[in-house]
Design a protein around this ligand. Structure first.
Ligand code: PGA
Length: 253
């Protein structure tokens, strides 16, 4: 059975003290009311080691939002997958549309990052999604299929077992404009088919596919009710404990 997951992506928000406060509040909220899904928070690098001390031994998993495409050495300002792992984090988000668009992350660079993350024992939350013009031109399947093929198709079956996919239509990220539950389901079903074609039916059945883009407590339940939607990657609504918890609770009856 594939996992249900709600993952937060803090992006470049919260200073260290604010991040510690949010993680501490979430820990208490989830200790008082156990989630029905896996919960992960992905934080800026500077929070990881400290937040790991808060989430250790709890239901909360911890991840980074990026890692370097090089193993180690003279790459000033970069943070390697091994360094992320050494903080106690278990996950890393790769391929987020903001990294692709603002930092020039190409499919080749992402391939390197994915390989290094997996080699260092991290699970990868790999993001894919089309921009508005591509959807308006009816090209969303072609774009997303290409993103999967370009960065993930060279993985072995064993490596692919540590991939979580996040479909994030770029036009829905931080815009308040959510994809409809039907649009999410259609794309997730397509993605599962692409994975089945490359890695086989069992791998496609087992991979968790998260939806991301203006997910909130008020729409999470409907989106998560779709058969191929296994949870969410949450940006803005992950910055307030009550909102994030509200989305986690969407998995409850
Ligand atoms: P959002 O961001 O929930 O603020 O739209 C989602 C994401 O970019 O992961």
């Amino acid at each position: 059975m594939r996992k249900k997951i709600v993952a937060g992506n803090w992006k470049m928000n919260l200073n260290l003290q604010e991040g510690v406060a949010l993680a501490t509040e979430l820990k208490a909220a989830l200790a008082a009311d156990k989630p029905n899904c896996d919960v992960v928070i992905c934080t800026p690098f500077i929070h990881l080691a400290t937040v790991a001390g808060i989430t250790e031994g709890t239901v909360i998993g911890l991840g980074a939002e990026n890692c370097a495409d090089k193993e180690k050495g003279a790459y000033t300002g970069e943070v390697s997958a091994a360094q992320v792992k050494s903080t106690g984090a278990q996950y890393v988000i790769l391929g987020h549309s903001e990294r692709r668009a603002y930092y020039g992350e190409t499919p080749e660079i992402l391939k390197e990052k994915v390989n290094l993350a997996l080699a260092n024992g991290l699970k990868v939350i790999f993001c894919i999604g089309e921009v508005l013009e591509e959807r308006e031109a009816g090209k969303q399947n072609e774009v997303v299929g290409g993103q999967l093929a370009d960065s993930l198709f060279d993985l072995t079956d064993e490596q692919f077992a540590n991939i979580i996919l996040a479909y994030e239509p770029v036009w829905a990220i931080g815009t308040g404009k959510t994809a409809t539950a039907e649009q999410a389901q259609d794309m997730h079903e397509f993605i599962r088919g692409v994975i089945a074609g490359r890695f086989g039916e069992a791998a496609a059945e087992n991979v968790s596919i998260l939806y991301g883009g203006s997910c909130k407590p008020s729409n999470a339940k409907e989106i998560f009710s779709k058969p191929d939607v296994d949870g969410g990657l949450i940006g803005g609504a992950a910055l307030k404990c009550a909102d994030f918890k509200g989305i986690i609770d969407a998995w409850k009856d």
